[in-house]
Design a protein. Structure first.
Length: 202
């Protein structure tokens, strides 16, 4: 009996994959940002009904502004985790993570009706970060991937809280944050190499 010919495995993490994945992430972020806008409208109706305090609504509404950015940055970091650790994350899992990031605002609304906004924000942030961290652990079985994704989420939610609480500093801090984000992206592209038609981080 002859030996089976060696099966040639096509490279997965190519530049084409990166482009298609980026388009998918942007599309999901756009759709779920519309959902978050619906949550904003629902929160406004709760204010009119007397269930939700106007000041808390303002803070919630300001946090929803950052929904698109939070989903995109988190999803892009997951793409880097895929390339760096060679742990595949499928489209459904990307969508579920993005949905968890959007559900954050609805739970924040519900909890803020009963508790102080700051306390509610801390609780819902911790819930969301723990949920996604456990999900990433289940997907990758890699503690470094969990630490990286959790660290990015902690920074995102911490920065978002600062921006919505200190409005006078929002423009300065937001601009500097974007500058640092672009600098980080530039650094990572220097680390991103193509070897045998496949992306690697070195």
């Amino acid at each position: 009996m002859g030996q089976n010919p060696e099966i040639h495995q096509e490279p997965k993490y190519t530049m084409r994959w990166l482009g298609l994945q980026s388009l998918f992430v942007l599309g999901v972020a756009f759709v779920l940002t519309l959902v978050a806008s619906g949550i904003d409208g629902f929160a406004s109706s709760r204010v009119e009904s007397g269930f939700f305090h106007g000041t808390r609504y303002t803070l919630l509404s300001q946090s929803i502004v950052y929904c698109f950015g939070v989903i995109v940055i988190t999803s892009m970091s997951l793409m880097l985790i895929e390339v760096a650790f060679r742990k595949s994350i499928n489209y459904i899992q990307y969508v579920l993570i993005a949905m968890a990031l959007t559900l954050f605002y609805l739970i924040l609304l519900a909890m803020s009706e009963k508790l102080n906004f700051e306390v509610s924000y801390a609780i819902v942030s911790a819930m969301t970060i723990c949920l996604i961290a456990l999900f990433i652990k289940g997907i990758t079985r890699n503690i470094k991937a969990v630490e990286l994704s959790s660290g990015i989420l902690i920074i995102e939610y911490g920065l978002m809280f600062f921006l919505i609480k200190f409005g006078s500093m929002a423009l300065l801090v937001g601009s500097l944050s974007l500058f640092l984000l672009i600098a980080l992206a530039m650094y990572l592209t220097l680390k991103l190499k193509v070897e045998n038609e496949e992306l690697v981080i070195k």
